[in-house]
Design a protein around this ligand. Structure first.
Ligand code: PLP
Length: 407
């Protein structure tokens, strides 16, 4: 163990999570800056032709080109590895760049993917529409049903893909059990962990092989920059993602990586606070007349409360609920809110409300929406950092307006 004279542990792997999020991965330049330096540069210069040759041969460590790696992006990747307990990572320009790279880098024509049906819309397009164009077949299953996962496995199955909690109905997949199914079939489990956040759920510890984030959401946490990241073992990244990433170019901008680094410093605080407020709001909504169903993984009445307890360290920063008055009530509710804003985004310091059936999930056929439980009365709320009492008053007033509109 690396300890200083005072006895303090000086090596990041011995730090507790909050300390890792403030200091992990930091490399200071010769100026000794306090805050992480922003290396806004495309390329790097070499002291000699021999040095350039050695760098390209891999005989000498150092940066070559920011599509491959950049010091600021590198700090962000290292800090995320410390948070997730991963050996290695590649930061990307958006969550979707991360999802398509994580899947695309490890399949070829003839391979097969099994994915949960309840996926973020663009993720579903990648596995259901894009991959078959390249000869990679995909079977969609009910992510809650382990028998469906097992039955979908084929000798050609290479990747299992899921998100948990799902968007927008906050259903859960049993990550440990699905990882076992993947490994029995020599396949890998990829988990999109955006809705859980790295604070509330650790897929790698549960047996998943690869974890993906849209860092656009809670990691930035203040609605500024797009970003994504893929984390996994060094071996998997070396063999699958390394070349794909270098040559297809989904890299994260150093500026965005710098914003994300600052976001990580406050991530544990924000997620804890947002989860606490979301739990209060879920309980409030369950008492409201006009609300027919509340979906919150932290509540005892969640259909999979046992799985939530098994794999999550807290409820969620999101709450989903159904208004008995359907679309009319949902629209009246949204329009009557004054602090909570209407948006399709989530994970922001600002509370945001979404009507999935007419926005994020409008491209699904009505039958597909019904299959996923996305009714016209379903509302998704991403809880921010405002005072919980203000949010609860805003919700109570809007609920009264919704009930009036549908009375
Ligand atoms: C937002 C989101 C994505 C896509 O991320 P972008 O940064 O918008 O590209 C993927 N998966 C889930 C679950 C998301 O919420």
């Amino acid at each position: 163990m690396v300890s200083s004279k005072s006895g303090a542990k000086t090596s990041p792997q011995f730090w507790r999570p909050a300390t890792r999020m403030v200091h992990g991965g930091t490399v200071r330049s010769g100026f000794g800056e306090t805050s992480e330096a922003l290396f806004l540069t495309q390329g790097f210069v070499y002291d000699s032709a021999e040095a350039a040759e050695a760098r390209f041969k891999g005989e000498e460590d150092g940066f070559i080109y920011s599509r491959y790696a950049n010091p600021t992006v590198d700090m962000f990747e290292k800090r995320m590895c410390l948070l997730e307990g991963a050996e290695d990572a590649r930061a990307m320009a958006s969550g979707m760049a991360a999802v398509s790279a994580a899947i695309g880098c490890q399949v070829k024509a003839g391979d097969h993917i099994v994915a949960a049906r309840a996926l973020f819309g663009s993720c579903r397009w990648v596995v259901e529409t894009l991959m078959p164009r390249y000869g990679v077949e995909c079977t969609l299953v009910d992510g809650r049903n382990l028998d469906e996962w097992k039955a979908a496995m084929r000798p050609q199955t290479k990747v299992l893909f899921l998100e948990s909690p799902t968007n927008p109905t906050l259903e859960l997949c049993d990550i440990a059990a699905i990882a076992d199914i993947a490994h029995e079939g020599n396949a890998r489990l990829v988990v999109d962990n955006v809705f859980a956040t790295p604070i509330l759920q650790k897929p790698l510890e549960l047996g998943a092989d690869i974890v993906i984030y849209s860092t656009t959401k809670h990691v930035d946490g203040q609605g500024r920059c797009l970003g994504g990241i893929v984390l996994g073992s060094r071996e998997w990244i070396d063999e699958n993602l390394h070349d794909y990433f270098r040559h297809t170019g989904p890299s994260m901008s150093p500026f965005n990586a710098w914003v994300m680094l600052k976001g990580l410093e406050t991530l544990p605080l924000r997620v804890r606070q947002q989860t606490e407020t979301a739990a209060l709001i879920a309980d409030q909504l369950a008492q409201e007349k006009g609300v027919s169903r509340v979906l919150y993984p932290g509540r005892a009445d969640h259909p999979q409360a046992d799985i939530a307890r098994k794999q999550m360290a807290g409820g969620s920063t999101l709450v989903a609920f159904e208004l008995a008055g359907g679309k009319k009530a949902a629209f009246a509710f949204e329009n009557a809110l004054s602090i909570i804003r209407i948006s399709n985004n989530l994970g922001d310091a600002k509370s945001l409300v979404t009507h999935p059936a007419t926005t994020t999930h409008k491209n699904l056929a009505p039958e597909a929406r019904a299959q996923l439980g996305i009714s016209d009365g379903l509302v998704r709320l991403s809880v921010g950092l405002e005072d919980s009492a203000d949010l609860m008053e805003d919700i109570a007033a809007a609920m009264a307006a919704a009930n009036l509109a549908t009375a």
